[in-house]
Design a protein around this ligand. Structure first.
Ligand code: GLU
Length: 490
């Protein structure tokens, strides 16, 4: 199995799904998972793209196997390093009469396209090739002369005009293409580089790829590939064209439509937004594949066991960021407190806060069910620093004339207790309420405002317990001071 991205930019989330499906089939069948960088289109080549692709695969943990041809060599194949092999095959096709040299200039090609009734509709194919300047239409001496003079030329596939080409697709079944609807595909460009079509077929053969698993957008190219396999007398690998990934409102998930729906489109943007790789893989697996039960949550190992190309649908699938977020929550809930603390730590540091390791494990238990992404920890600054300000709306609604006094009296009661743990704090709090005949609704929001600046937050007593006597006292006093004074003067 292979993942064969073109290094034309950052890796799209849909590309990661293709990589994942290839990886899963490779692991199921005991085959290798090969990374092949299809870098023959030099005009679209982006030098940083390969590193981005490799970092993306590394982040999710589906790294390519060592090269199967040379086990000592790690890392991807690069098509730009295999030019000699493509030239050899191109010559073989020309000698066998399956391909030919074409010398037409860009202007001549443009004129051909415009020569029919509908502008742009005329193809370079069996019906037109003899009107053009190529090794089939020109006398052999002229061809020799042009080649000797280094006249720019391409190599084109001589597509037969009188047959159907059948593609057997695991996802879509048999699809038949009329060969006379295909153009004489360029196989080698005038810069000497092969096109995607030639390089892809040669490599899939040479690398003994058993399954070609790729996006639906490659389906129209597949009959040309099937013809090449036949002409070269090579067996055609199993084919599976994956359904398109659509935006939530339909239409292809482009960068623009994704942005509109708050969906990151490049793989490492998921990492930087705080998504867990396991959640991303789980979600992508289900973006096209239908398990044979209602089960949704799968680890990577479980996916390897359960996945089947036969249960991949052909209809486009809408990307649902909320569903992915749900998977992320599930993954976070399943982590040990130590692992969860490790995940949250970089986000806490990035916010410029610090936290003790031991405290952190208690804090994560308070947050575990309240966060969707690791970075959401930064929505709970109360664990890491004193409030910088107090939410005006909350204060207006909850802070009464006597709130400051109540808070200070309560504090006195709490600090008088022997120990500072959640049950003890809660029982001291309850008796304080009973003695003063006040309801929870009057004091709890006030306590929260003092602790975090807001009227809502995680469980109050465990929070007080983690914060400790000193911090609680400091924040209660400071709120009573600032808000009490404000109120008195207004
Ligand atoms: N280089 C193609 C791409 O960028 C690969 C298509 C294929 O897998 O054959 O997606």
């Amino acid at each position: 199995m292979r993942f064969a991205p073109s290094p034309t930019g950052l890796l799209h989330i849909g590309g990661l799904r293709t990589a994942l499906y290839n990886y899963l089939v490779a692991r199921q069948s005991g085959g290798a998972f090969v990374l092949r960088i299809e870098d023959t289109d030099r005009s679209r080549f982006v030098p940083e793209a390969e590193a981005y692709i490799r970092e993306s695969l590394q982040w999710v943990g589906i790294e390519p196997d060592e090269s199967p041809e040379d086990p000592a060599e790690h890392g991807p194949y690069r098509q730009s390093e295999r030019s000699a092999r493509y030239s050899e095959i191109a010559s073989r096709l020309v000698s066998a009469g399956h391909a030919y040299l074409a010398f037409d200039t860009a202007d001549e090609i443009a004129a051909l396209r415009e020569s029919g009734d509908t502008p742009g509709s005329v193809r370079y194919d069996s019906s037109t090739r003899m009107r053009m300047r190529n090794s089939l239409s020109l006398p052999p001496e002229e061809v020799q002369r042009l080649v000797a003079a280094d006249s720019p030329h391409v190599v084109r596939l001589k597509v037969p005009d009188d047959r159907e080409v059948v593609v057997d697709d695991i996802v879509r079944g048999q699809i038949s293409f009329a060969a006379d609807q295909l153009d004489d595909q360029i196989l080698v460009k005038s810069d000497g580089y092969p096109t995607y079509h030639l390089a892809n077929v040669v490599d899939d053969h040479d690398m003994q790829i058993s399954h070609v698993i790729r996006g639906e957008e490659w389906l129209p190219s597949t009959p040309k590939h099937v013809l090449l396999y036949e002409m070269l007398d090579w067996s055609v690998p199993a084919m599976a064209h994956l359904p398109l990934i659509l935006s939530p409102t339909g239409g292809k998930l482009s960068k623009r439509s994704a942005d509109k729906h708050g969906i990151p489109v490049f793989v490492l943007d998921y990492r930087d937004s705080g998504f867990e790789p396991e959640a991303v893989l789980n979600y992508l697996a289900l973006l096209g594949w239908h398990p044979d039960s209602d089960r949704e949550r799968f680890s990577l190992d479980e996916l390897v066991r359960a996945f089947s190309l036969r249960r991949v649908g052909s209809a486009g699938v809408q990307f649902d960021i909320e569903k992915l977020t749900w998977f992320n929550e599930q993954v976070l809930r399943e982590l040990s407190s130590q692992r969860l603390a490790e995940k949250l730590a970089p986000h806490i540091e990035a916010a410029g806060w610090t936290c003790d390791r031991d405290e952190m494990e208690t804090i994560v238990e308070l947050l575990r069910d309240r966060i969707s992404l690791a970075r959401d920890v930064t929505s709970y600054p109360e664990f890491f620093r004193d409030p910088e300000d107090y939410d005006e709306k909350a204060v207006r609604k909850r802070w009464k004339d006597d709130s400051g006094d109540l808070l200070l009296n309560l504090l006195e009661r709490l600090v008088a207790g022997e120990s500072w743990d959640a049950p003890q704090l809660e029982s001291a709090f309850e008796s304080f309420l009973a003695e003063n005949d006040i309801g929870k609704g009057r004091i709890m929001p006030v306590m929260r405002i003092a602790l975090s600046g807001r009227a809502s937050g995680p469980d109050l007593f465990p929070t007080l317990a983690v914060l400790g006597r000193e911090t609680t006292a400091r924040r209660f006093r400071s709120a009573a001071d600032q808000l009490g004074a404000e109120d008195a003067s207004s």
